[in-house]
Design a protein around this ligand. Structure first.
Ligand SMILES: [Fe+2]
Length: 387
């Protein structure tokens, strides 16, 4: 998939009706693409095929004749639109060259989150100075501030927010700039301190918390996690962040066998307290259909018992230990002393978080967002006022 595409890449310069389908030549000098007739009828962008407002299908896919073919093909709008007339006398179908180019792999499609803005893997020392950050009033005031915030999260896997009032109302207002707050067994917006013992979890203590991702016991781990520091009076307690994307890509290059094991072996996570028993499983490193990094899941505190045949178990422990070594290598850590006025939001599918031990009083409030709600807000924000 091309990260960016020129106008030529998405302009059709000629079409030919062949037996198997339509052959389209491209302006950017790419090899011609062939589109199957049945597929073409199924992917029309005209109003009979697709609702222009909701982009829901209207075409009756399963009523398309198997022997369908086009009887005429015409380019319009300088090669940016294609019109096909059909052998069964059905309504003509229209296509944008942009969508055809995306589905031919010549240009980014709408599955690409921000194709012109690649994610930047980082380790300690390779982050910008100052750290990726936006000010609370700007995020609340308008689209530019919100977009800068969302882009920080997309590119770096986290963002600081400064000038945040130290109360739940401000934290909620900030969270809602992205989308709905996710409800879990911890509530929607939660408050976390060592004095609160509502949940039997290590997070509700003062001890060191090794870097981890949250909710390995959830089938759909939250996409984002946000903390706002309401009170701090003590020593220590710095937040630790680690880039799981950087670690996964380094493992892929340096230890391909371990990487393959981590993408294959299903690791269960669980959370148990009175009245609750959550359990889910997935590989520590999850890849998308293109083999690109999608999600890191790593929480040794919450790992549930599981067993593989002996040789595989040894190989898994080796690979998992290698992942653990990199996660806990301080050269990969960013430590941030979060104090009142500063909030932190991070991508829980990419960025591991932990906490140094502390003494004193430390009160945080925070919440989770679903991943698709973050992605939706990023797409809409970047598309501008049209959407
Ligand atoms: Fe956590």
């Amino acid at each position: 998939m091309h990260a960016t595409a020129s106008v030529d890449d998405i302009t059709i310069t000629g079409v030919k009706i062949a037996d198997g389908g339509l052959s389209a030549a491209w302006g950017g000098g790419h090899a011609p693409s062939t589109f199957d007739w049945f597929w073409l009828r199924d992917h029309g962008e005209d109003e009979a095929s697709l609702d222009p407002k909701t982009l829901q299908r209207r075409v009756e896919t399963f009523a398309i004749p198997a022997d369908l073919r086009a009887v005429s093909a015409a380019l319009e709008a300088g090669g940016r639109r294609l019109r096909l007339e059909w052998s069964d006398g059905g309504p003509p179908s229209l296509y944008s060259s942009e969508q055809l180019a995306a589905l031919a792999g010549l240009a980014p499609g709408d599955e690409a989150l921000a194709p012109d803005l690649p994610r930047r893997p980082w380790a300690q020392g390779s982050l910008p100075d100052p750290l990726p950050s936006v000010a609370f009033p700007e995020v609340l005031a308008g689209e530019a501030g919100r977009r800068a915030w969302l882009e920080n999260i997309h590119v770096w896997g986290f963002s600081l927010v400064t000038e945040v009032p130290g109360d739940e109302a401000a934290t909620r207002a900030l969270a809602l700039r992205i989308g709905p707050i996710r409800e879990t067994i911890f509530g929607g917006l939660w408050t976390l301190s060592a004095e609160i013992a509502e949940h039997d979890d290590t997070a509700y203590s003062t001890q060191f918390l090794a870097p981890h991702t949250d909710s390995t016991y959830s089938h759909d781990a939250p996409g984002l996690q946000m903390f706002n520091c309401l009170e701090f009076d003590g020593r220590g307690g710095e937040s630790i962040l680690v880039d799981g994307l950087a670690i996964a890509e380094t493992l892929r290059n340096e230890r391909p066998e371990d990487f393959a094991i981590l993408t294959r072996v299903m690791v269960p996570g669980r959370y148990v307290e009175p009245g609750v028993h959550l359990r889910a499983e997935r590989p520590a490193i999850r890849l998308d259909g293109n083999g690109d990094f999608l999600q890191l899941s790593f929480n040794n505190y919450d790992r549930a018992p599981f067993r593989l045949p002996e040789a595989e178990m040894a190989a898994f422990y080796r690979a998992y230990g290698e992942l653990n070594r990199r996660v806990n290598d301080r050269a990969n850590w960013l430590t941030v002393p979060l104090r009142p006025g500063t909030a932190l939001i991070f991508d829980n599918w990419r960025t591991l978080h932990g906490r140094m031990g502390y003494a004193g009083k430390r009160v945080f409030c925070g919440c989770y967002h679903n991943r698709e709600d973050f992605e939706s807000r990023l797409r809409v924000s970047r598309a501008g006022p049209k959407s």
